[in-house]
Write a protein that binds this ligand. Structure first.
Ligand SMILES: [Fe+2]
Ligand SMILES: [Fe+2]
Length: 137
């Protein structure tokens, strides 16, 4: 079963963001399935690195939009982004150095983080984006 099930409520109505969110969920699920199937440490490191790269590009895009549109909740939204990036870097270090529980923690963290962040911070950003005259990303 997929680790993160895509839900309609994740759709923000901003096409580029929704595509990136769906791509992220697909990468997370692919890594989860690969881990269940006994992927090598090198493959797991590669998978986490891909997720990290996509996530940080995506966050940069969201944060630039928030700054351009003087979004009120910018600081707290960005802080939640930073927490996930810190977690991913820490997990990556653990997996690289042979950490025993990193894989379990990775799945739990990603599942929790994405479901919560999409549902709360990104959903609020969506409401803000709808009020903007320039729906440009
Ligand atoms: Fe976000
Ligand atoms: Fe997002």
């Amino acid at each position: 079963m997929s680790l993160v099930e895509w839900k309609d409520e994740f759709n923000l109505g901003i096409e580029e963001v929704d595509i990136e969110h769906r791509n992220l969920v697909a990468l997370i699920n692919a890594l989860h399935e690969a881990m269940l199937a006994g992927a090598s440490r090198a493959d797991i490191v590669e998978g986490i690195t891909q997720i990290y790269t996509l996530v940080s590009t995506h966050f940069d895009r969201e944060e630039a939009f928030m700054r351009e549109t003087r979004y009120m909740a910018y600081a707290e939204h960005k802080e939640d982004h930073e927490v996930l990036l810190d977690d991913l870097r820490e997990i990556l270090d653990q997996v690289r150095s042979g950490g025993r529980y990193a894989e379990e923690r990775l799945s739990d963290d990603l599942q929790y983080w994405f479901s919560e962040h999409f549902r709360t911070h990104d959903a609020r950003l969506h409401q803000h984006a709808q009020c903007e005259e320039r729906p440009r990303w």
